[in-house]
Design a binder for this molecule. Structure first.
Ligand code: GAR
Length: 208
C-alpha cells in the first residue's frame, strides 16, 4: 500500500474527500500525514478527527523557504511517503522539492487549465463571464499550475449562478475527481508522454 501525504492550508474539504475515498476503499492507499502551513486551519481538525498524523509548520517559523521545505521533506521521508497531494496548499514548491518527488506530486485546480491559473480560479472564471469552467487534476512541475493534466471535468456556469453556487458546484466535482485521478496512478494506469498523460482506459469509456 502506498503512503500518501496531503499538503493543505485551509478548509480541507479535498483532504476530507481523499480520506473518505480511502475509508470506503475506492482509493487504495494509506493516508499517512497531513502537512499544514496555517496554524488554525480547519483542515487540522479534520485530520485529527480522521486519526491522521499532522505536521503544522508555518513559513514564518523558518528562517528561509529552503529551511521550511527541508523540514517538510525530512518528515515526508520519516513517514515513508510515496505520493504528495496538494489540496489548497497556498505555497509554490521550489524546483528542488518538485525534483525530489518528480511525477509524484498531484495538484487540484478549480478551473480548466491553462485558463485562470493562480489563487482565485473560480472567481476569475466567474467574473470573466465564461460559460464553461471546471476542475483540473495535474502533476506538479516546476511552473505554477502547469504540469501534465491527468483528468479534467467541466462545470457549466448558468445565468442564475452566483459565485457561491459556482463554488459549490466546483467543489462537488473536485471531491469526486481528485480521488479518481490518484487511484489511476496507483493502479499504474497513467503513462506520461511529455505534456500528455495517457490513462489506460478504452476509447469511449469515461475515466471518471
Ligand atoms: C480547492 O478549490 C482547490 O482547487 C483550490 O483551493 C481549494 C481548497 O479547498 N486550489 C487552488 O486554487 C490552487 N491554485 P479545500 O481546502 O476545501 O480542499
Amino acid at each position: 500500500m502506498q503512503n500518501i501525504a496531503v499538503l493543505a492550508s485551509g478548509n480541507g474539504t479535498n483532504f476530507a474527500a481523499i480520506a473518505r475515498a480511502i475509508k470506503k476503499g475506492s482509493l487504495k492507499a494509506t493516508l499517512a500525514l497531513l502537512v499544514c502551513d496555517v496554524a488554525n486551519a480547519k483542515v487540522i481538525a479534520r485530520a485529527k478527527r480522521a486519526g491522521v498524523k499532522t505536521m503544522v509548520i508555518q513559513g514564518r517559523e523558518c528562517a528561509t523557504k529552503n529551511d521550511f521545505e527541508t523540514k517538510i521533506i525530512q518528515r515526508l521521508k520519516e513517514e515513508k511517503i510515496d505520493l504528495i497531494i496538494l489540496a489548497g496548499f497556498m505555497r509554490i514548491l521550489s524546483p528542488e522539492f518538485v525534483r525530489e518527488y518528480k511525477n509524484r506530486i498531484f495538484n487540484i485546480h478549480p478551473s480548466l487549465l491553462p485558463s485562470f491559473k493562480g489563487t482565485h480560479g473560480i472567481k476569475d472564471a466567474f467574473e470573466y463571464g465564461v460559460k464553461i469552467t471546471g476542475v483540473t487534476v495535474h502533476l506538479v512541475d516546476e511552473e505554477l499550475d502547469h504540469g501534465p493534466i491527468i483528468l479534467q471535468e467541466k462545470v457549466k456556469i448558468e445565468e442564475n449562478d452566483t459565485l457561491e453556487s459556482l463554488e459549490k458546484k466546483i467543489h462537488r466535482v473536485e471531491h469526486s475527481l481528485y480521488p479518481k485521478a490518484v487511484q489511476l496512478l496507483l493502479e499504474g494506469k497513467i503513462t506520461i508522454q511529455g505534456r500528455k498523460i495517457l490513462t489506460a482506459t478504452r476509447p469511449g469509456q469515461p475515466t471518471h
